[in-house]
Design a binder for this molecule. Structure first.
Ligand code: GDP
Length: 328
């Protein structure tokens, strides 16, 4: 594979090249990982898209929202990429965005690029692949990247580490309960959007929104928020109502964060976070090498036989591994 050529075509915004590049970063093969790293390094680094993380449990209207929101933005001349982080790989019946009929209009829009979620692997792997896919879309010149995830807790944290803005999408609640939304998720949300504020559901949506607005006011104020944020608002994705307000609100928040240095601070913090994740991953990968397995078996045997305690054996194991690496 000609990585230099692929990088150039991605940088020109060629969709097929972008799709191929994402397939490459999603691969777990060692040679592909090397090529992926070279590809990412060869891409322009001076482009920034607005990255919006969007979370919500199945059925709240994520795809309907993304389609309406995306169409509104492509209509305004913006280029929009949609990616998914799907931690529940074992989920049957198709992963999020896996179903081609979802976002039918947006997927045919030349201003949009939609990538279904990768189907395998554990959360950490999904996080890395998604982050690299985001970097590819950014290098390809997209203005906006929507990163969708199903609300299961851990995936939101991963998505918030690659997003500039985090939106939690909810549906109107039947009662007065706060829908079991975990505090941790409330704390990373910049915007809570209560969908389906139309027809018979309108009143319930307004109530739910007021409940969340109240709950948000009880949270500790974060340094990255201007007065009045995080905010709760209602929309109807189906009727295209309130989406412009959501976009304007995001714009207000982004402008404030840029002016006050929080935008850059978040981005550099995220870059460090992902670098450290890579280091961790690489260190763990060392344990999977043949030599490490051999030594693990050897020292494991000694511990099992009672010749050596675990802590001392671990120390000796690491020293041997280090020595071997140095002599290679
Ligand atoms: P997802 O699973 O979160 O992606 O949810 P979908 O976008 O597939 O929507 C789930 C259901 O809610 C579908 O039947 C949609 O038609 C419906 N829905 C989505 N948005 C709205 C809305 O704004 N108002 C109403 N009344 N229904 C909606």
């Amino acid at each position: 594979m000609d990585i230099e050529d692929l990088a150039q075509r991605v940088a020109k915004g060629e969709r097929r090249a972008l799709a191929r590049a994402i397939t490459l970063v999603e691969s777990a093969r060692a040679d592909h990982r090397e090529q992926a790293a070279a590809l990412l390094d060869a891409l322009p680094k001076d482009r920034q898209a607005l990255r919006i993380g969007l979370s919500g449990t199945p059925g709240v209207g994520k795809s309907t929202f993304i389609e309406s929101f995306g169409m509104m933005l492509t209509g305004a001349g913006k280029r929009v990429a949609v990616l998914a982080v799907d931690p529940s790989s074992s989920r049957s019946g198709g992963s999020i965005l896996g179903d081609k009929t979802r976002m039918d209009r947006l997927s045919r829009d030349p201003g949009a690029f939609i990538r279904p979620s990768p189907s395998q692997s554990h959360l950490g792997g999904v996080g890395r692949r998604s982050r690299e896919a985001v970097a590819l879309c950014e290098a390809a010149g997209f203005d906006l990247i929507l990163i969708e995830t199903v609300g299961v807790g851990q995936s939101e944290t991963v998505v918030s580490e690659m997003a500039d803005i985090f939106v939690l999408l909810l549906a109107p609640a039947g009662g007065d309960e706060l829908q079991g939304v975990k505090r941790g998720i409330m704390e990373i949300a910049d915007l809570i959007v209560v969908n389906k504020a139309d027809g018979d559901l309108r009143a319930a949506a307004k109530r739910t929104c007021a409940d969340y607005a109240g709950a948000l006011r009880l949270l500790r104020k974060r340094p990255q928020d201007p007065e009045g944020f995080p905010k709760a608002m209602t929309v109807s994705a189906l009727e295209d109502d309130g989406l412009r307000e959501v976009w304007d609100t995001i714009g207000t928040l982004v402008d404030w964060r840029r002016e006050n240095g929080h935008w850059d601070k978040t981005r550099t913090g995220q870059a460090r976070f992902w670098f450290e994740q890579e280091v961790r991953r690489s260190l763990l990968a060392v344990l999977e090498t043949a030599r490490a397995r051999e030594l693990l078996a050897e020292y494991g045997g000694r511990v099992a036989a009672g010749d050596c305690v675990a802590a001392a054996a671990a120390q000796a194991f690491l020293e041997r591994l280090d020595k071997d690496a140095a002599s290679n």
